[in-house]
Design a protein around this ligand. Structure first.
Ligand SMILES: Nc1ncnc2c1ncn2[C@@H]1O[C@H](COP(=O)(O)OP(=O)(O)OP(=O)(O)O)[C@@H](O)[C@H]1O
Ligand SMILES: [Mg+2]
Length: 382
């Protein structure tokens, strides 16, 4: 299988990088270096080649190198099944130090929205911050879920944004008991339409991921990383299981209308796709993922990301996504580490892996490009 890969990456005034330019080939990239050297910063730069605020969900202003007089930028040449694409991104020009939006150029042309990135490259990541995914707040799992959907359905992001915008406007308007009901109607129409589409998109992606997991089990691929059972819970999702989407949309619209008073009292919208949750279970043990041990949860998460990467590859006609695996090898035993490296190489997309200890990557050394990162510089090792 082939996949997406970066042949060139340039970070300018980005975090602790003044100017760093990396020339790469299709092999996995291993970044070694001490704490604070700048390994995760590189992965964050790459994650900005997909829509959203990157793997730290940081403010764009925090990404500019402290003391720099110009804003940050990330440039990359992405090798895709249809040829190379030049992608550049950075905060919106003249938006000052508190930039809320960023701009994207694709082959030198400004893109109208950052979701256009999904047409050219797919990036998935796993970071230590996601270790608490199964035990933490539902909002984190929802975001994880929506990123997962986005990777197979690029239109999902704009539905989520449109829903959130309409909900914000409705909440603001509804705060006033004398608000114009026709205006509320219009916003609720929009919420019902986009909300139902979001829930349907999630259901579809979860069903496809469940199929991909089942297929991997049949092929014996996931014997090391346990398989996940996935289920969605939510007002819309549960209705979509046995009702047509148009009917669910009507019911949600009616629900919103009836809830104006209770929502006003609560100061928010109490029902909708922004309240759904992704319930993951540890397949072989048949227990909720949140009850599994730390190591089991990590292995489960890796299995989930690998299944997702395979699904993305299948939905893109065999092109595997770029994988960013931050500090992934550190807590795995030797056998699991070797299995992970084999899986990653088998997928065929470019994988980026970080660690403080080069030794850990010894089993993959001959098949990877290894670099040492030292306070904002990157040096490739033989
Ligand atoms: N805007 C910025 N300007 C300059 N330096 C920054 C900026 N933002 C973060 N840094 C610095 O970048 C450094 C590297 O961070 P990074 O998270 O990439 O390290 P790392 O190599 O992944 O370390 P660890 O092994 O601890 O995860 C940190 O010392 C941090 O203070
Ligand atoms: Mg790090």
């Amino acid at each position: 299988m082939s996949g997406y890969w970066l042949s060139k990456l340039t970070l300018t005034h980005f975090r602790n990088y003044g100017a760093a330019s990396l020339t790469l080939d299709q092999r996995p990239v291993v970044l070694c270096g001490e704490n604070g050297a700048g390994k995760t910063n590189i992965l964050e730069g790459i994650s900005l080649l997909s829509p959203g605020r990157g793997l730290r969900r940081a403010a764009y202003s925090d990404m500019t190198q402290s003391g720099a007089t110009a804003p940050w930028s990330v440039f990359a040449t992405v090798e895709t099944p249809t040829g190379p694409v030049a992608i550049g991104t950075g905060p919106k020009p003249d938006s000052g130090p508190d930039a809320q939006t960023r701009v994207v150029r694709i082959d030198q042309q400004p893109a109208s929205t950052i979701s256009a990135l999904s047409d050219h490259v797919r990036v998935l990541w796993l970071t230590p911050a996601m270790d608490g995914l199964f035990t933490g707040p539902a909002g984190d799992r929802r975001r994880f879920l929506d990123r997962l959907v986005l990777a197979v359905d690029p239109g999902h992001g704009s539905q989520v944004n449109a829903f959130e915008r309409a909900m914000r406007d409705r909440n603001r308007l509804n705060a006033d008991a004398g608000a114009d009901p026709a205006w509320l109607d219009a916003l609720e129409d929009r919420m019902a339409e986009t909300g139902t589409a979001i829930a349907a998109g999630r259901m579809d992606a979860v069903a496809r991921l469940t199929d991909a997991i089942a297929e991997a089990r049949r092929e014996g691929i996931d014997d090391v990383f346990p398989w996940s059972g996935l289920a969605l819970s939510g007002w819309l999702e549960s209705r979509l299981e046995n009702m047509a989407a148009v009917e669910v949309e009507d019911q949600y619209r009616a629900m919103l209308r009836e809830s104006r008073i209770s929502d006003r009292q609560a100061g928010r919208t109490l029902t909708g796709p922004h309240r759904s949750d992704l319930n993951v279970s540890h397949g072989p043990k048949a227990i909720a993922a949140r009850l599994a041990s730390t190591g089991e949860q990590k292995a489960l998460l890796i299995g989930l990301i690998l299944a997702h990467a395979r699904l993305v590859a299948t939905s893109l006609g065999g092109a595997a996504p770029i994988l960013l695996l931050d500090e992934i090898a550190a807590h795995l035993d030797e056998g699991r580490r070797a299995a992970l490296f084999d899986r990653v190489i088998g997928l065929g997309g470019q994988a980026w892996m970080t660690g403080t200890d080069r030794e850990v990557f010894a089993p993959i050394e001959d098949r990877a490009l290894t670099a040492r990162v030292t306070s904002g510089t990157v040096e490739f090792l033989d």
